[in-house]
Write a protein that binds this ligand. Sequence first.
Ligand code: AMP
Ligand code: ZN
Length: 115
Amino acid sequence: MSDCIFCKIAAGEIPATVVYEDDLVIAFEDANPQVPVHTLLIPKQHYANISDDVPPELLGHLFSKVGEIARLKGVDKTGFRIVANTGEDGRQTVHHLHIHVLGGLRLPISMGPAD
Ligand code: AMP
Ligand code: ZN
């Protein structure tokens, strides 16, 4: 996807602070962190979201790296949360599948009121 910002990050065409990378996935720091640890983990290949017929092997590989990202960011022992905002109601703003890895503080329980 030529106009996809995360495809461009995966291709090294726009800068990002890379935390982890292999042939299939890349993790980088969120440009607008909401919590002290806010890292995004994406497949290098473009899929709009988790409902976009992502091959199970790729999904497995992607999720298998969550623990490693947490270790690299130092939150594996303290705990963290993963989030994959999906579609309109899920408030997805970048339409390239990504997993938020959130931590570095005790996260709130509530999702807050709908608006
Ligand atoms: P979502 O709302 O789940 O689609 O999240 C998209 C996330 O991508 C947001 O947290 C943004 O701050 C983040 N983001 C957008 N552009 C960039 C970028 N160029 N580099 C790093 N993170 C970005
Ligand atoms: Zn993309």
